[in-house]
Ligand binder design. Structure first.
Ligand code: PMP
Length: 404
């Protein structure tokens, strides 16, 4: 059952004040707060298990290895992958996409080839592909969006040519909140033999995800946005693709045999995991995934959807509020502007009321250019947010609107 008061007790930070006001944390798209179970798991592992993984015969090393590999299995289950060989631990979505852009790029992208992304991508799903395009002499093509903030599927279809090598698209936009029709987009790409990378940074925390139902070839997400620690993330890839891609970084762990003449590489997933992994982070991520699973991703999705609808309705009743993005599929994120007031001023005034929102371009400058704006105020919800917090936010907005 979804017992919000019980859930809130699991997050110690929610008890704190900011400027003498109870904290209202609406910056969950940037990072989520951590349940006590996650922080305790980190301390507990350092206190009683800590040892480097994979290489040790001794007790602690074996126990740390078990926790790390069990975490991989938890991630596999969380996203519905077929095999834990297909789960690569990274530092986060950004590193996952950089790994993809480099390694997939080395294997499959040549001069004159084309990469498709969308107009609503985060910089981390733009810049790595631009770097690959530059290195390889390839071309970046951008799927246009409607003013409501939805991908134009007809235009998407028209972008494919015989030179299209990959599509990389956000599952949910961190600015607009739009949940893109990735299943349909993947189907359309597969009809043309093109694989798809889904940037799941904003979907993994908010909805049940099953990479096999989506038929995603690659899926990336960050631990810290799904109530886990910073510094750990995931790249899922279908084995048939990963097997054909070269390593991204060299070092320990990713090799089978090394000599000065020739080095052979390890099997999946270790081929892509050079150096000591964040084995404490992986375990803590698994604890976070167990935590959200116990509540139920469907329940979390329903709760956040209610909050989003409630906030949009309440904001709509304020004069001079303009939404940036207005998709019916909106998932946990609301971006808006208040008249001509600079988003930074709105954010600063809300902060004084204890309300944390994000302002600015949200690492999506091309999307800001599309709307002809420099930034937005962004409210983004997590599983512990409440309607009374939204009420307090709306009361704050009313005060701010009066001031201007
Ligand atoms: N993609 C999207 C859609 C995001 O929202 C974010 C984080 N704001 C990222 C990628 C990058 O995630 P990270 O900084 O955790 O690597």
């Amino acid at each position: 059952m979804f017992d919000i008061e019980k859930i809130r007790k699991d997050f110690p930070i929610l008890k704190r004040d900011v400027y003498g006001k109870p904290l209202i944390y609406f910056d969950n798209a940037a990072t989520t707060q951590k349940p006590k179970a996650v922080v305790d798991a980190i301390a507990e592992e350092y206190y009683s298990v800590n040892a480097n993984v994979h290489r040790g015969v001794h007790f602690l090393s074996q126990r740390a290895t078990e926790l790390h590999e069990e975490a991989r299995e938890t991630v596999r289950r969380f996203i519905g992958a077929e095999s834990s060989e297909e789960i690569i631990f990274t530092r986060g979505t950004t590193e996952s996409i950089n790994l993809m852009a480099f390694s997939f790029g080395e294997a499959f992208i040549k001069e004159g080839d084309e990469i498709i992304i969308s107009a609503m991508e985060h910089h981390s799903n733009i810049v790595p592909w631009q770097m690959t395009a530059e290195r390889k002499g390839a071309k970046l093509k951008v799927i246009p969006i409607s003013d409501e903030g939805e991908i134009l599927l007809d235009e998407y279809e028209r972008l494919f040519t015989g030179r299209t090598r990959i599509v990389a698209v956000a599952h949910v936009s961190n600015v607009l909140g739009t949940a893109n029709p990735v299943k349909e987009m993947i189907r359309m790409a597969h009809e043309r033999g093109v694989p798809v990378l889904v940037d799941g940074a904003q979907s993994a925390p908010h909805m049940p995800v099953d990479v096999r139902t989506l038929d995603a070839d690659f899926y990336a997400f960050s631990g810290h946005k799904v109530y886990g620690p910073t510094g750990i993330g995931v790249l899922y890839g279908k084995k048939e693709w990963l097997d054909r891609m070269p390593p991204y970084q060299g070092g320990g762990e990713m090799i089978k045999n090394v000599s000065f003449l020739k080095t052979t590489y390890n099997v999946l997933p270790y081929k892509f995991e050079a150096g000591t992994p964040d084995f404490v982070g992986s375990h803590a991520l698994a604890v976070a995934l167990d935590y959200v699973n116990a509540i139920g991703m469907d329940n979390i999705n329903r709760h956040e959807h209610e909050l989003t609808t409630y906030a949009v309705d309440a904001l709509s009743s304020l004069k001079d509020v303009r939404f940036i993005g207005n998709s019916a599929s909106r998932c946990g994120v609301v971006s808006f502007l208040l008249g001509n007031v600079h988003p930074f001023d709105v954010g600063t005034l809300l902060d004084r009321l204890g309300i944390a929102v994000r302002t600015g371009h949200h690492c999506a400058e091309p999307l800001m250019h599309h709307y002809g704006i420099s930034g937005t105020v962004r409210v983004s919800f997590g599983l512990y947010n409440t309607k009374s917090e939204v009420d307090a936010f709306i009361a704050g907005m009313e005060r701010i609107a009066k001031m201007f």
